[in-house]
Design a protein around this ligand. Structure first.
Ligand code: FES
Length: 94
């Protein structure tokens, strides 16, 4: 019957191919997947700023902790960057 759904598993996008050029199931695909997951992790707990936001600020030209603070508000919370400052500094060194 047209439109009938059988079984309980739906493979979303399974027939759309791979537009990223990365082999499905390869270490490169896993690395990229992990990068996306990591970008959602909170770096600045005081202001709830995610790693991806800081990464975009750095990619956009932020070179110091103060640059990142101005661009993202990360490091401007009540702890005074005691928790997130070292993490952001490490991201700036990479
Ligand atoms: S954790 Fe970033 S300012 Fe406190």
């Amino acid at each position: 019957m047209p439109g009938e759904i059988r079984g309980s598993t739906v493979a979303v996008g399974a027939d759309r191919g791979n537009s990223s050029g990365v082999e499905p199931g390869s270490p490169e695909e896993e690395r990229r997947r992990q990068e996306v997951i990591d970008s959602y992790k909170v770096v600045c707990l005081c202001n709830k700023i995610r790693r991806g936001v800081v990464q975009r600020a750095i990619a956009g030209g932020a070179r110091t902790l103060d640059d990142v603070k101005r661009a993202t508000r990360a490091g401007t919370g009540p702890c005074g960057a005691k928790r997130c400052g070292p993490v952001i500094a490490a991201m700036l060194r990479r």
